[in-house]
Design a protein around this ligand. Sequence first.
Ligand SMILES: CSC[C@H]1O[C@@H](n2cnc3c(O)ncnc32)[C@H](O)[C@@H]1O
Ligand code: ZN
Length: 437
Amino acid sequence: MGLTAYVNATFYTMNHESDVFENGMMIVEDHKITYIGPKNEEKLKSAEKVIDLTGKWVMPGLVNVHSHIVMTILRGIGDDMLLKPWLETRIWPLEAQFNTEIAQISTQLGILEMVKSGTTTFSDMFNPNGIDVDAVMHTIGETGVRGAFSFTIFSLGTEEDQRNNLDGAERFAKNYKTFADGRLTTMVAPHSPYSCTPKALEESARIAKENGLMGHIHVSETEYEVKDILNRYGVRPVEHVRRSGLFDQPTVMAHGVVLNDEEREIMKQYDVRVAHNPISNLKLGSGVADVSRMLDAGIKVGIATDGVASNNNFDMFEETRTAALLQKGTYRDATKLTAETALSMATRKGAEAIGMEHTGSLEEGKCADFITIDAKDKPHLQPLSEAYSHLLYAARGSDVSDVYINGKEIVRDGSCITMDEEKIIFEVNRLQKTLSY
Ligand SMILES: CSC[C@H]1O[C@@H](n2cnc3c(O)ncnc32)[C@H](O)[C@@H]1O
Ligand SMILES: [Zn+2]
């Protein structure tokens, strides 16, 4: 890849929260940003290709720190239910019918939606049952996206089933630790304290430790879960997972809706990072995570959608706005979760939360993962002078024009280049009809 200069745009770097270059310039060489700043005619001379982005806003690609991409085909199935019956009576019986073809098309649909709405990196947990995970990883690699993937560990079935599940997770974690030019990596993901035995949590910790990988787990999503774990083990979920050793590796905790001060202290001490899924938590009636207290306690928090069966989309603009509004509303304090903080959580801080410091902001040396928004003809993004505010409070995923990941163009003028949109939409509708529910 040659040296490409992107010029004449306003660059929102998300570097030091609000570093903005109007009429700026960015140079990308070998997948990386080598210059970001004011337009520089001298540097421009060295560019082999110049891309004129006049009037566009450029920002880092969004980072979705917790999703279930393989579930995308389940969008709209199982609405208006609490987490436990939703999982047990709708989602798990449907996932039991999945095969590799369904997983691949569902994954493509999810990634198509993600990239078109500005997400360039995501951290995902998928149910491996019945699917060829190698085929799914190759499918993901071909889309051009960046991400961390976890083969979920569940304590289900016979002892042999559980051993096979752990062996599969270990093999997957090792095989795909560095994959697709380094864009894809792995984490180790026991599903939750309620679906995994203490032994499975300990084994997960061992796999993560031996392979230098992060953990990823659902914890403290509902009041029910906290009571259940207290009843079973005599301690709350955070302490229960801590005892397994999982937190000895940096771990992404999805949800963290029901936490007390003591638990936040443990999380800070062990550098546990939180994936905040505000819309999924609202839709499943789980509650509102106290992000303000987590941030005050020094915990790293990223923004996430969860799967689209509990959201019901992958729009990270909507998710980030919801996160900010919920803190203001629940605290009755408009100063909570400012635009700067919320946008940095959806980009740079989210990337840091999942151990991907090489993306998430427009900085020299970082990977060229960025998106553009063409606000000129969009009434809801006027007046243009207040763009930073609009990025949080007014923009939506459908405003994204172009998406670049690792310096490669993935979406141009709203159309995805790396995937056959028409085919994916046709196939997902055909395959959805094969599921019984
Ligand atoms: C087995 S892989 C991940 C798996 O988790 C289930 N799931 C989806 N959303 C949630 C949630 O909010 N809490 C707990 N579990 C969830 C679903 O079966 C996924 O495939
Ligand atoms: Zn989840």
